[in-house]
Design a protein around this ligand. Structure first.
Ligand code: F6R
Length: 369
């Protein structure tokens, strides 16, 4: 059932275009109207929300961080994101107008389940985003939006992460729709671009061979740093988490703007630093700032591994390795930018002889708090 691959994870990475397509299927009409009635949350309720709180763990938490950027931008609803294990222990402010979104691919993470129960006790509505039909978290929530990644066997989340992103985008766009926000050109463009994501992911997969070579060359590195800004920051965090869990290697992500506030002291000769460069669309200020970050770290000896959209020549002179991804709207970029990082971590782990389906000390779902 590994489809000719040595590990499930390798198969699950290449299944991502289909997983993304299946998660979009039947939810986006040709005219851009979204149908998410299955969520079981009435448009009337969704119109009354004054705040959104997202709770999740690990990779699902990273999906939540990305969702915050999209939801606040499209819906103008304040949105907080918190790791589920911290959430209920700090007396969070919740009420009937708060929509809590619990993201869990397995639907069984105890931390997320306990946070879900807590939120419902506080009278908040809970929407689950989940990949496993009928699992505990959706059963205990008010509504659910299922991702359709299919079963994920590898312990490290890959295709479920990409489909969680799709689900989060759908929720954000749907909220904007039911709340009657003016559907400007930007929203329509986004929906059109979202529908094209399966082919964009396919395109990334067809160009990742150099990432594999790069990963093999770094098998002896002690640490790898990841930098990003805006939605690229949680993507960097996801890249670092994948590397830790699969390659058992120290890895850390920073918001690129924080570099000068401390972490730049870590940069030394030959240190590999992966930088996720924001797309140039609409946010060129951020783009230019990260280009100067790359220059700064390279001047201090870092080995720069740069993920940037195709045709972005501005980063080429400062990139020891340049990994190109398709040009897509900034908010959707995590869908394409994450894929090379998954391949990178997986290949590096394989080069070290690790079992990427069953990394040491980890379980597919964490059913203790
Ligand atoms: C990372 C990973 C874990 C999970 C986390 C949450 O690759 O698999 O960090 O993302 O344990 O799991 P779910 O989404 O099932 O709640």
């Amino acid at each position: 059932e590994k489809g000719g691959y040595e590990y499930f994870m390798l198969k699950e990475i290449v299944e991502q275009p289909r997983a993304v397509a299946d998660t979009l299927l039947g939810r986006v009409a040709v005219d851009g109207t979204l149908t998410l009635d299955e969520m079981r949350l009435a448009p009337q309720e969704l119109r009354q929300i004054s705040k959104i709180v997202i709770i999740a763990c690990g990779t699902s938490y990273h999906a939540g961080l990305i969702a915050k950027y999209a939801i606040e931008h499209w819906c103008r609803i304040p949105c907080e994101v918190e790791v589920a294990s911290e959430f209920r222990y700090r007396d969070p402010i919740l009420d009937r107008q708060t929509l809590v979104i619990a993201i869990s691919q397995s639907g069984e993470s105890m931390d997320t389940l306990m946070a879900t129960r807590y939120a419902r006790e506080q009278q908040s509505r809970v929407l689950a985003i989940c990949n496993v039909n009928g699992s505990t978290i959706p059963r205990e929530s008010d509504g659910v939006l299922y991702t359709h990644a299919g079963p994920e066997v590898g312990v490290a989340a890959t295709k479920t992460f990409l489909t969680q992103l799709v689900a989060c985008y759908l929720v954000g766009l749907y909220l904007a729709q039911v709340r009657g926000l003016k559907f400007g050109d930007e929203i329509n463009t986004i929906i059109g671009q979202l529908a094209r994501m399966p082919e964009q992911v396919e395109k990334v997969l067809s160009t990742v061979e150099p990432v594999r070579e790069l990963a093999r060359s770094l098998a002896d590195a002690k640490t790898v740093l990841f930098l990003g800004r805006h939605v690229g920051y949680p993507v960097a965090m996801e890249g670092a988490l994948k590397l830790k869990e699969l390659a058992y290697m120290h890895a850390e992500a920073f918001a690129a703007g924080e570099l000068k506030h401390g972490p730049i002291a870590l940069i030394e000769d030959g240190l590999p630093v992966v930088v996720v460069v924001p797309s140039r669309e609409g946010r060129s200020v951020l783009h230019d700032k990260i280009v100067s970050n790359i220059q700064e770290i390279r001047a201090r000896g870092a080995r720069t591994i740069v993920i940037a959209e195709e045709g972005d020549e501005s980063v080429r002179p400062y990139s020891d390795t340049l990994i190109e991804i398709p040009a897509v709207p900034t908010l959707l970029q995590p869908i394409v930018a994450t894929v090379p990082l998954q391949v990178f971590a997986c290949e590096l782990a394989l080069a070290k002889g690790n079992d990427v389906d069953q990394p040491r000390n980890l379980a597919k779902s964490v059913t203790v708090e």
